[in-house]
Design a protein around this ligand. Sequence first.
Ligand code: FAD
Ligand code: NAI
Length: 510
Amino acid sequence: WSRFLQITGGFTLVTVGTLGVLFYLAKKEKTPGAQLPHDPEKKTLVVLGSGWGATSLLKSLDTTDYNVIVISPKNYFLFTPLLPSVAVGTLNPRSIIQPTRYVTRHKARQVSVIEASATEVDPINKTVTFADTSEIQGQVAKTTVKFDYLVFGVGAEVQTFNIPGVQENACFMKELEDAEKMQRRFLDCLESAAFPGQTAEEVNRLLHMVVVGGGPTGIEVSGEIHDFLEEDLRSWYPELANNIRITLVEALPSVLPMFSKQLIDYTESTFKEAKIDILTKTMVKEIKEKSVVLQTPDKSIIEVPCGLVVWAAGNKLRKVTQDLMARLPQDQTNRRGITVNGIAMHANYPSEHLRMAGTDGSIFAIGDCTATSYAPTAQVASQQGAYLARIFAQLAKRDSLEARLTQLRSAASSDEGRVEIETIEKQLVKAEKLRPFQYSHQGSLAYIGSDKAIADLPFFNGNFASGGVATFLFWRSAYLSTLFSARNRTLVATDWIKVKLFGRDVSLGS
Ligand code: FAD
Ligand code: NAI
């Protein structure tokens, strides 16, 4: 009995402790305190976007010294690494988003959050024009604001290469609604295949899922579809499950070029075991309503019937980014994105400070809309956002020192005043020295299905490559800890437990 009581007592203590911490964190998150109002004396910092770069900036930014305005067509942050899990119902869509106001309401000074798309940035007059693109609009649907500083973090959009039929017939995997659309289409294919009287040929077509792009998005989507099939569909659609096929199409000679050879081989062999077909050196030329047209390695053209196509073929710049770059044709010549590195900039502001080349230093660009030596990843964007928060703190300090110096210099000089001027001048020299941005690579991780993940991790001066179930557990814990709030962590962990216990939902929602 005493042993039993010890064990249950310990267990109860741990449970109560964990719940206590959770309640404390939840209460803190949902009860923001009073905020300072906007101050016309302060500089205006406009942030475009609410993705990885912008949210990381907002999280770390001290808003005391700025009037901050956030403009984004989405009033939330989307945790993209777990998006493919939403597409098959492993996670609830709401579990991986965080309303931007949940971040900004905790800031020292009020932050304006505006749900709108920036349509035009004028780098000379320092203005941003933005439009309300939502379904419901008030009387004012377009307006312009002035900025002192602008952080341009609008990300990228899906690259279609203008291939016929992609926009009309494929599902993307970029936004929350893309994952929801894919889930609906996938389940619809199953139900249509189950419709009485379908020919065997039509059933096979409907149950053929094609994923285009062997980058990490395509690999993760294929892995998730496979899990859905093995863990749930075999139970609920036993008559169809054996006919479901997954094909991954990649134009290059191998998938996942950013991972080490060992992990590419591991992924390919895991996919082979999972009966996911990989077609490399094969290019999609057209997507039709019921088929996909492929150019095979021997350059012949074939048409393959399919029910669903998921298009994960990379990024391209948004129009607002292209338009902004077009205004600075001398400096913005890289077609991949905004140049912030490598071009000589304003004398006081070297390029490594993420300032947009060709501007006077008031526009910063971060994340997928930039062309740097780093891959367009969440890791890079979030580090850049956090870095800019430090830069803005330093700029605010510099501004206040300069203001004090002007004040002292214009006042009648006394010995005391002269000493303070000297001290401030020294502090100013320090405040002027802005550290350049330095990226610290934490490794690359990807889920490949069958409860396996791959990881290329920096290890001393080399690289540690690992793949398998242990890496999958590492992948889950890494992303759980990277989620931005206790709320999201709880929701995602609960979803994982729910799916383990009850499986994924196969009802076809609206
Ligand atoms: P985003 O996060 O895309 O944010 C852009 C923001 O700008 C959005 O809020 C958008 O609504 C807003 N916006 C768009 N247009 C406008 C406009 N006109 N005006 C104002 N705002 C606008 N990277 C990793 O490192 N690890 C991963 O595991 C990983 N997994 C991924 C999985 C998927 C499915 C995808 C699609 C990407 C993944 N990535 C991953 C890449 C990562 O998501 C991006 O590199 C990252 O989102 C870039 O951050 P960002 O802030 O530049 O852009
Ligand atoms: P990507 O650009 O990495 O891969 C797209 C792939 O599609 C390329 O390999 C390309 O050759 C192929 N492709 C393009 N057109 C094609 C066609 N017509 N036919 C066949 N294949 C075609 O894109 P992805 O996977 O969306 O990733 C975008 C960025 O996000 C990358 O930087 C990536 O590193 C990052 N990311 C990282 C993840 C992770 O670390 N786990 C997960 C998802 C994305």
